[in-house]
Write a protein that binds this ligand. Structure first.
Ligand SMILES: NC(=O)c1ccc[n+]([C@@H]2O[C@H](COP(=O)([O-])OP(=O)(O)OC[C@H]3O[C@@H](n4cnc5c(N)ncnc54)[C@H](OP(=O)(O)O)[C@@H]3O)[C@@H](O)[C@H]2O)c1
Length: 300
């Protein structure tokens, strides 16, 4: 069976380096499922690896860390899934391809009522948002910088579910959206600290930054308690040793919790744009602008 994979043989902009490569798949390894991919979310990290901001692994590099699709073949005694099942899950940097092989343990069932676009967009953000809150621990108030994107949208709602007061930043166009998710919205940019203190005069127990800006670091240092947690998921250089990097930990139970919550309408979720796989270069260029609301998805 053949698969067509999105690859890059050098670092650079999407229109220059992204290409499609078709190859034959080897026999399926044990405890793996072969999936016909229907949709796959695009993470900013995919586009940042493409440009060379993150230099991981050898060339050619492949992309994509999440997917939804149908099982074509299974090589396992585990009878939790069967051929034809609709599933979703995570895979490490190879899901932007028409057919992929994934460990069975990474899969969960796609709720019948959930669209393919939504199903393919949730694995990365769900597990990252859960990791953030688990690492921060027991708190009463949380500041989130850059919260209208994928990770922020879910982090706000998981924090509210845990009874945490959330103040979140985004641009002016996303203030109503943040409010809808349950946060007190604040516009980032000049005067940020004053606006944060106006809506939340007490110091925050913790903050987490999705944007990687110096402004976010300085605002956290000015508004979080002296012994409070200040974290970032942005993977950018930070100017203070107080800012702790947080990296996603994969956990299918955390994924299931968010997927079921979205399916039941308990959590709100938006897919920003859906791009056909052939238009991957357009999608990666859009992601790099950094103003996604919710998530962008490739459709196969
Ligand atoms: N550490 C990990 O394990 C991990 C996991 C997943 C993602 N990440 C990284 O985490 C970051 C966030 O991911 P994401 O998927 O949520 O990103 P995203 O969907 O692209 O969201 C970007 C967010 O940043 C906001 N923003 C843009 N410019 C800003 C500024 N100058 N100041 C403050 N906020 C600003 C945007 O709001 P507006 O649109 O309103 O401007 C939006 O809310 C990315 O860099 C990604 O690579 C890391």
């Amino acid at each position: 069976m053949n698969t067509t994979v999105l690859i890059a043989q050098s670092y650079g902009s999407a229109d220059k380096v992204l290409e499609f490569y078709t190859q034959e798949l080897p026999p399926l390894n044990s405890d793996m499922a072969r999936i016909k991919v229907k949709t796959a979310g695009i993470n900013p990290i995919d586009a940042r690896r493409m440009t060379g901001e993150f230099k991981h692994g050898n060339m050619p590099q492949t992309f994509g860390t999440e997917f939804a699709g149908e099982i074509l073949e299974i090589n396992s005694d585990n009878n939790q899934f069967k051929v034809g099942d609709a599933v979703l899950g995570s895979g490490g940097s190879f899901t932007h391809a028409t057919v992929i092989d994934v460990p069975i343990g990474n899969l969960i069932s796609k709720p019948e009522s959930m669209s393919w676009e939504v199903a393919g967009s949730l694995a990365g953000v769900s597990q990252t948002a859960s990791t953030i809150l688990d690492e921060i621990g027991d708190i009463k108030s949380l500041l989130i910088h850059g919260a209208s994107g994928g990770v922020g949208s879910i982090t706000i709602q998981l924090a509210k579910e845990r009874g945490i007061d959330v103040v979140a930043t985004a641009s002016s166009k996303n203030q109503d959206y943040l409010k809808k998710l349950g946060a007190v919205p604040v516009i980032y940019g000049e005067g940020l600290v004053d606006r944060l203190k106006e809506v939340h005069p007490e110091a925050f127990d913790a903050s987490i930054d999705m944007s990687g800006t110096e402004e976010a670091t300085q605002a956290s240092l000015s508004t979080v308690k002296a012994d409070g947690f200040i974290g970032t998921i942005a993977g950018k250089l930070v100017s203070s040793p107080r800012v702790k990097p947080v990296w996603v930990k994969r956990n299918v139970n955390n994924l299931k919790h968010v997927v079921e919550g979205v399916a039941k309408g308990k959590f709100y979720w938006e897919v920003d744009k859906v791009f056909p796989f052939e238009k991957a270069a357009e999608a990666y260029t859009y992601i790099l602008e950094g103003h996604t609301r919710g998530k962008n998805v490739l459709q196969f």
